[in-house]
Design a protein around this ligand. Structure first.
Ligand code: PHE
Length: 472
């Protein structure tokens, strides 16, 4: 996306806005955005790599003190302005204000994130298909490992599922806020919750449950490093869909009387609950099979199919698991596409259908290099070699890794910082207080929230940046 040109003006007639049918619809949709690959794929593996225990505790503290205050600020900005990100800042800060840059950064982040997110989501579809059609039963661990390597490197498989996943996302977003996003969140979120519950209960019946509880909630700090602390903080942005306008956009479909604080607490609480449940469905199975929790990104695609393969009824449970992962990814992808689509509608008056199809197609194309990163040197090994100049020898990133790195380590924290600083320091006291207190049952939290936004959030985010630059 390019920034606004000097004469760029938003569409003169604001398009009539759809609204959620009620608070529950918003909570389901926003939780759908938050709960995704971040919770079920990434959180368990970073917990495993960082040794569980203390890492989980630190993550919870980051969510409560940094991420939740930003979430309240974001949703509040959307609700107060009834606009998508760029126009929200334009409305509050004026048509020439550089604060609009935060909105543009968010729209750009939607393109970057969805382009590679859809590739990983494609793997979940492929694995669902594999689990349903042939199961992983009878496969030797080495075979399962080789399978993931093959999938990662196969351009055809990656492109096909990436394309299919984008089509699903486009179809839902094109149908609209009520008939698309809300309707599917109402169907998919309870389904997701039931599947997780079933998998946790399944895991609770194994001998691995006790060790897993101890691993996740016990006082272990042996593997925790300063880098792990910053990873926890960075992840709290990604998992709660913060810093790129997704929550702002969903907030813009709230009505003025809908309470922002209660709903933020509900979304943050549900997201955290599901991350912890994801650990409790994955680690017991990993422990029973005698595998390591610290396997890294391959944890759910390699270790888990191996572990399921050793359980009675494992083929069925593996299928449930990968469908679950695909559903979680879909409700998050919807919110990513919605940011860009909502922006196109508000900014240029484009029809929703055209915006969803056009933008979705562009994101599909942008995702092609990510889909090919595992199998073609141009975007894989050669690309990684070329970026070594930037990241140091042996630390080069292929296209896919680069997109993830840019979005998670820079765009989201920068956007989150911008939102926090804007609300805490730039927005007028009166407007901010009114926006916070409107319809809120938690009005007394106001000063605590402002204080966190003013001091704690900036310190935390700057620490992430210094770390990304290798300074701390
Ligand atoms: N929160 C999603 C997840 O945990 C990812 C996401 C990030 C979605 C940013 C929207 C915006 O997978």
């Amino acid at each position: 996306m390019t920034g606004p040109t000097r004469n760029a003006k938003p569409h003169p007639q604001p398009v009539r806005r759809e609204h959620w049918s009620g608070r529950l619809a918003f909570v389901l949709a926003a939780t759908g955005s938050a709960v995704g690959l971040g919770n079920i794929w990434k959180f368990p593996y970073i917990t495993g790599v960082n040794g569980g225990g203390w890492f989980v505790l630190i993550y919870l503290i980051c969510v409560a003190t940094v991420a939740l205050p930003i979430m309240v600020a974001e949703i509040m900005l959307g609700r107060a302005t009834q606009r998508s990100p760029v126009l929200a800042f334009r409305k509050l800060a004026g048509p020439r204000s550089p604060w609009q840059g935060i909105g543009w950064l968010g729209v750009a982040a939607a393109f970057v994130i969805l382009s590679y997110y859809s590739v990983v989501a494609g793997w979940t579809l492929h694995y669902s298909w594999l689990a349903l059609s042939q199961g992983f039963a009878g496969m030797q661990p080495a075979e399962v490992e080789a399978l993931f390597g093959q999938v990662y490197a196969d351009p055809g498989i990656n492109l096909f599922w990436h394309g299919l996943f984008m089509l699903l996302t486009i179809a839902i977003v094109a149908a609209g806020v009520n008939a698309g996003v809300e309707r599917w969140s109402r169907i998919l979120m309870p389904l997701l919750f039931l599947m997780i519950l079933a998998l946790v209960l399944r895991a609770a019946g194994t001998d691995g449950f006790g060790p897993a509880l101890d691993f996740v909630f016990g006082a272990h700090s042996d593997r925790l490093t300063p880098a792990g602390v910053l990873e926890a903080l960075g992840h709290s942005f990604f998992t709660l869909s913060l810093g790129m306008g997704a929550m702002l956009t969903y907030g813009s479909y709230l009505r003025a009387r809908d309470d922002v604080v209660t709903t933020s607490l509900a979304v943050g609480g549900l997201d955290t609950l599901i991350s912890l449940m994801a650990c409790m469905m994955i680690f017991p199975i990993i422990f029973v099979a005698g595998l390591t929790p610290a396997a890294g990104p391959g944890l759910v695609f390699v270790s888990l199919p191996i572990a399921f393969g050793q359980l009675p009824g494992g083929a069925l449970w593996a299928a449930v698991f990968f469908v679950l992962l695909a559903v979680a990814a879909l409700t998050s992808a919807i919110s990513l596409l919605e940011v860009a689509v909502s922006h196109a509608i508000d900014w240029r008056g484009v029809s929703r259908r055209r915006a969803a199809i056009g933008i979705g197609a562009v994101i599909f194309v942008l995702g092609i290099p990510s889909a090919l990163s595992g199998g073609t040197p141009l975007f894989g090994s050669d690309f990684a070699a070329a970026t070594e100049a930037l990241f140091g020898e042996g630390h080069g990133k292929n296209w896919f890794d680069l997109a993830d790195y840019l979005a998670s380590n820079w765009m989201l924290p920068l956007g989150g910082l911008g939102i926090a600083v804007f609300v805490a320091w730039r927005m007028g006291e009166h407007a901010r207080e009114q926006a916070f207190r409107a319809g809120s049952r938690f009005a007394r939290l106001y000063w605590g929230w402002v204080w966190l936004l003013r001091y704690i959030v900036p310190v935390g985010v700057v620490a992430v940046f210094l770390h990304a630059l290798g300074i701390i």
